[in-house]
Write a new protein. Sequence first.
Length: 196
Amino acid sequence: MTTETRTTLDPLAEAVAAVDGWPEVTDLPATDPEATEDGAVRPKDFLIIDYSGDLEKVWATMILASTSAAMGVKTRVFVTFWGLQVFVKDSRRITGENWMQKMLSAMQRPGISHRKLSKMNFLGMGPWMMGRLAKQNGVASPKELLEVAQELGVEFIPCQMTMDMFGLKPEDMIEGMAEPVGAASVIGLLTDNSVP
């Protein structure tokens, strides 16, 4: 099977050109949402459900979101539970209204720049090493990937239930977040030409 490629990188080239150290991309698969040569149909919408705040999972989410958007696929990320902490402004140290909500935010500091690894965190040494390795190998950081994803039109949708449970307010969140929704709305997105 041959894959049609294009040499102009349209939205991706402009978005990632500003990210220092990003490896040069020469060819991308065609972004036509019609059937491919083998008859497979490319999804028109891509929905990612992000429920973790662990660094490596945040990184994977941002890579998938920015890549699918760069390929011309309408991309949404539904953010719930610990995944929502990533989208709280880095400057917010403590969030919440009652003592339990404040304790949770103190134990798991909000913000994309304060993520820990799920394994081998080693008091912050693990994330530091991952950051160094990423920089040495031209891999964008999760924060840079988030900026690229937003520039490419990825829609980040917060979970209303989690915002209520954690005592998060819209002013706690980064710019560009969609309106919070509930689980029923997400199920609607999943059944409306989206890939789970």
